[in-house]
Ligand binder design. Sequence first.
Ligand SMILES: Nc1ncnc2c1ncn2[C@@H]1O[C@H](COP(=O)(O)OP(=O)(O)O)[C@@H](O)[C@H]1O
Ligand SMILES: [Mg+2]
Length: 253
Amino acid sequence: MLEYNASQASRRDSHGSDAPYMQIDPRLLLSSIVHDFNNLLTPVVNILEELQHRRDSTRRELGKIDAAIYCAFRAKVLARQLLDFANPRPAMPEPTDMRQLLAQLEQVHASVLSPDIRLTMEVADRLPPAMIDQQLVERALLNLVLNARDAMPAGGDLTIAVDLAFPPSTKTGLPKRMIRLAVSDNGIGMEDRTLKMAGQPNFSTKVNGTGLGLATVRQIVESLGGGLSITSKPRHGTTIDLWLPAMWASSSK
Ligand SMILES: Nc1ncnc2c1ncn2[C@@H]1O[C@H](COP(=O)(O)OP(=O)(O)O)[C@@H](O)[C@H]1O
Ligand SMILES: [Mg+2]
């Protein structure tokens, strides 16, 4: 299945007409709560780490402290993801060499993958620069790499490929070639229902999932004027294409 969302960014404003004091941007409110939540967790983690180093703790106590540190750490990750999602910074696109960007990230990606996942990079020749915000695309790519890792618990192949292609048809305008950044795995794939829901904030099929990864990725590519499409088959694998604007030297192609 293909889904392309370049021009479909939905915007929901809530303006309570009869209660002006309620007109607080819910995203701002959420990010301020999450910010405080994150600040409160910092001393919790610090205290637990101190306890972890006490010499008089029993093995059982240490086990409990480890579990508490793990939970606090996960809560911090969740807070970070909620903050990024609720309060995305504006994109600052600049011409970016995709080959260079992938080379820079190779070690980062390898460090989050287990040795039984083979990572391959394929970059087409003579690509125009992508007009992207490098930091944001790095964040999007890391989310996709982590999802691919989770989809291959027993190992497999992960390919990150970049080329020029026509995005799936959109309602607006003539199709124009864009930079396609494709992340493919041969993992568990997605059932139809998962494929329909993937990318909805808070949708996750994982025990410890936040369901914010793909929603953040979508938000990032749409902020750059691009889109996202997903192809997946249960037990065969998944490809997520990010469609990014290219910088053309002369008139558009
Ligand atoms: N590469 C993939 N292979 C299989 N399923 C995936 C893949 N990427 C995403 N998904 C599905 O989409 C859901 C949402 O992903 P995401 O938004 O990143 O949240 P999370 O990773 O926290 O679950 C996942 O829980 C999973 O069901
Ligand atoms: Mg994820």
